[in-house]
Design a protein. Structure first.
Length: 532
């Protein structure tokens, strides 16, 4: 097997990483699949997909993620949300990992994080597993062969699943470790085969670097009108709120489904591919994503399949409910060729309110938008255990707390400034419950949600008559074509409206209790938004 192109002055030994076995630089997809099969890392699936199990770790390990505490980042890291590691512990970890790597073969991918050349990050990914190279080649952006000749990495990420960290020596929690050193521009990942750590490590880097340049880093999907990139919309939302489903509108162009930046020039995707959940995926509901599970090079992660036919079982979650597929963006027919859009004309914050309190859509002022952005509210439905009947509120600041190195208000203030500068209209969309809480009410009709979104995106909703919500103070439309009028007033959908009032009061208190942590750092108008 031959290696691909590489800057001759930027080989691993030039970075002080020596003594390895064979190093394969920038192999393309066929060679990576070939190598992964030869090394028995997984199985060839239908259409040339690559089927793999990640073993013990079938999701991210946030408790094992650390930031090296150096003077240059001491005052800018949100330490309440990011575990510190001492520089000496990181140095020991680095030395021990490199010693472990000696004599072993490795795969290098030189890639871009970010579609905007002015703000992209040049990342070198060094992986012990060939299929990890395939995965990250899908998820980041691929330089041209000519660009590889002069590629100089700004950050290097070393992923070595066979290395087990030592908590006493390395200042970590377990044998699994993800350690970010902003000074040395190195990330070390050990003790986990879950490929999502590669993707989210780059996202974390961009979430730290870009705000320092005045660029908003966002955990969101994005699309724009066909033939009109100026008409861009972004969709913030935690898992289960409909972020991927609602942004994948065949009447609009998909910019990306998970990570974006907002610069002075507009919106840009950080990634070059998608990492989609496949549990209960169907050809009827999401035909294009389903089709990728039979396309060459797609990585199929932690799915049960027939050993003879390799047919996938989309309902069997015995390995994990977090089964996924990773594929390049151009496998989706309505994906943008440039992954660039204009300044967001509309910002949609998605929530799944299982308490049945929030309206299906509400218009937010800039201060209210910052309040709900910092809150990052959704809810988990109650479990099936006897006696557990109430939903569980979940607040994840900026709709992505695990990937936010800076304090929340750094992102909130930047978002607010950009909304004010570019005149974006902000909406809160509830895809959760109506007519009662989870267990009593019903899920918000997807048809109504789509009708409301279309009215928001085409501008017609702005001319509607609005009422002031008594609980949160935002504007709620009174009437929208194609949507039952009663649905727009959640209190009216409840049989017992007094019970709604009790539930609403409880939810407002939950918001207030969570938001108390930000009160010392925010302006008076946002504080006012917090109390409606």
């Amino acid at each position: 097997m031959t290696t691909g192109r590489v800057n001759p002055s930027q080989r691993l030994e030039d970075q002080g990483i020596a003594g390895l076995g064979q190093v394969y630089y920038n192999l393309m997809e066929p060679a990576l699949v070939e190598a992964a099969l030869k090394r028995e890392e997984g199985t060839l699936g239908q259409g040339g997909t690559f089927l793999v199990s990640t073993g013990e770790h079938t999701g991210r390990s946030p408790k094992d993620k650390f930031v090296v505490r150096t003077p240059s980042v001491e005052d800018s890291i949100w330490w309440e949300n990011n575990k510190p590691m001492e520089p000496a512990a990181f140095d020991q970890l680095y030395d021990d990992m490199l010693e472990h790597m000696k004599g072993r073969d490795y795969f290098v991918q030189d890639l871009f994080g970010g579609a905007d050349p002015e703000h992209r990050l040049d990342v070198r990914m060094v992986t012990e597993l060939a299929w990890h190279g395939l995965f990250i080649r899908h998820l980041l952006r691929r330089p041209s062969r000519e660009e590889l000749d002069t590629f100089t990495p700004e950050f290097t990420i070393i992923n070595c699943p066979s290395f087990k960290a030592d908590p006493e020596k390395h200042g970590c929690r377990s044998g699994t470790v993800i350690a970010l050193n902003f000074d040395k521009k190195v990330i070390l990942i050990g003790g986990t085969e879950y490929a999502g750590e590669n993707k989210k490590s780059v996202f974390t880097l961009l979430n730290y670097i870009l705000p320092g340049k005045g660029v908003m880093a966002m955990h969101c999907s994005a699309n724009h009108a066909i033939g009109n990139p100026v008409d861009t919309a972004v969709f913030f939302g935690l898992s289960g709120t409909g972020k991927t489903t609602l942004s994948a509108d065949p009447e609009r162009v998909l910019i990306g489904d998970d990570e974006h930046g907002w610069s002075d020039r507009g919106t840009f995707n950080f990634e070059g591919g998608c990492y989609a959940k496949t549990i209960n995926l169907s050809a009827e509901a999401e035909p294009e994503i389903y089709a990728t599970t039979q396309k060459f090079g797609t990585v199929i992660e932690n799915m049960v399949f027939d050993p003879e036919t390799k047919e996938l079982d989309f309902e069997d979650d015995s390995l994990t409910a977090n089964m996924r597929c990773a594929y390049p963006l151009d496998y989706i027919s309505n994906a943008s060729e440039t992954s660039l859009g204009g300044h967001p004309k509309n910002i949609i914050m998605l929530t799944c309110d299982a308490f049945g309190v929030l309206p299906p859509i509400a218009r937010l002022t800039p201060a209210q938008a910052m309040y709900h952005f910092l809150s990052g509210f959704t809810s988990k439905v109650a479990g099936t255990e006897k006696g557990v009947t109430e939903p569980e509120p979940t607040f994840s600041t900026c709709f992505g707390a695990p990937f936010m190195p800076r304090r929340p208000e750094a992102y909130g203030n930047l978002l607010r400034e950009k909304i004010a500068k570019h005149g974006a209209t902000c909406w809160l969309v509830n895809t959760g419950w109506t007519g009662g809480a989870y267990g009593t009410g019903s899920r918000m009709p997807i048809k109504a949600t789509r009708a409301l979104l279309h009215a928001a995106l085409d501008g017609s909703l702005n001319s509607a008559t609005f009422r002031k919500d008594p609980n949160f103070g935002f504007d709620v439309p009174v009437q929208v074509a194609g949507v039952a009028e009663v649905l727009l007033d959640p209190r009216r959908t409840w049989d017992d409206q007094a019970a709604y009032d009790v539930q609403a009061k409880k939810l407002v208190e939950m918001f207030a209790d969570n938001f108390a942590q930000y009160v010392p750092f925010i302006d008076e108008d946002v504080k006012a938004a917090a109390i409606g």
